[in-house]
Design a protein around this ligand. Sequence first.
Ligand code: SAH
Ligand code: SF4
Ligand code: F3S
Length: 438
Amino acid sequence: MSKYYHIITYGCQMNVHESEKIAGILKELGYIPADKPESSDILVFNTCCIRENAENHAFGNIGMFKKLKAENRDMIIAVGGCLTQQIGKADVLHNKFPFVDIIFGTHNLGELKNLILKKQAQKKAVIEIKDSAGIIDESGSPYRTSYPNAWVNITYGCNNFCSYCIVPYVRGRERSRKPEDVIEEAKSLVAEGYREITLLGQNVNSYGNGTDYIRFPELLGKVASIDGKFRLRFMTSHPKDFSEELAKTIAEYPSICKCVHLPVQSGSDRILKAMNRKYTRYDYLKRVETLKKYVPDCAVTTDIIVGFPGETEEDFEDTLKLVGEVGFSSAFTFVYSRRDGTAAATMPDQVPEEVSKERIMRLVELVNAQTRKISEAYVGKTAEILCEDYDAKKKLYLGRDEFGRMGYFSCSENQIGNFVNLKITKANGISLYGEITG
Ligand code: SAH
Ligand code: SF4
Ligand code: F3S
């Protein structure tokens, strides 16, 4: 009889890719994908704790499976990811949800197979949280679910300790994969027919630090030179390490998308300093200027936090001004969320929620107006889209152009994985609509 698995993933691309690695492990154990959690023999939650609501969301969802587990005692429920790695959280989870069978930390992924076997042999829950990462494990192969895109890690962990951020605590110190491992993986993905490769790291620009490996721009160039038609993306770039050489590399290789995600977080020097971001507003604008010097049409996207402790109306207005100056093509905006254990958690002058909410509304309005303007300028132009998916509700295919714009179109044949030229006929907010021209 077949055994089924289902994975529920929260959080960033790093987690999405890690779920593909979990799926690879489960396949090795003979499990096959279930279409819904209720039909699975093993249900895995791959959690996130970047903000309080991410954490609450996971807690709420796990709780919903208590009844299912009571009805099907043979089912295994496992919880992994960033949430479990926070100090003391595994015990909180275990006490709150005694029906959860396995709790594993971010550094225990390589042992998941053994943890499952252990659980199958014992009644009590298996809880394994290692407090630091070992050497990079290159064994095992992910079961990829994001065709035509393929995620490829280049670094794990983070050393930056931005004062608001939990990631360095739950993902450990930065480790870089060997360049030859990255290049080999990318080569075989292109040979298998993947059309887009996204290199992943919390800060790709610090790739190779503390090693004698090549640096990020060179690695990027080597991956970009692989034979075959594919697109290359990378994320995330920390502005403090964004170099002129990287801008030149982006300009040099046609396969590298002209779209850079460069999280600014704030436009106020005072707040940037308190955030421990290690660049000023001026530095940030200079880096964008350098990028545009080599890649004039490059799209720049960003992340912004509002309501960081001590943020005044004036600081916030500096952020609004910066958004106007850079002309981001899109931005993810977040209300600051206090994370236990981070430096900012104990800073004075935590901003009241209603102030943050009012600020984020103003910010979103500005960002949306800018995004709309950029989208509208596309109407009448032709964009090359890599078709990624089919939206069953809209009955339209969708994909992105190299600047990261989402384009929708209708077609009677399956286009997923194809590059199509779209004549843009309509723009609606961030989305573009068009017709295939070839
Ligand atoms: N390593 C990446 C992404 C980290 S998490 C980087 O440095 O950009 C993605 C985004 O979540 C961050 O860029 C930040 O804008 C946001 N974020 C992180 N911690 C947060 C917190 N405590 N409250 C609100 N937003 C946060
Ligand atoms: Fe968090 Fe900063 Fe590291 Fe990004 S660079 S993961 S925001 S500590
Ligand atoms: Fe990603 Fe969330 Fe962890 S954003 S690194 S899954 S805390």
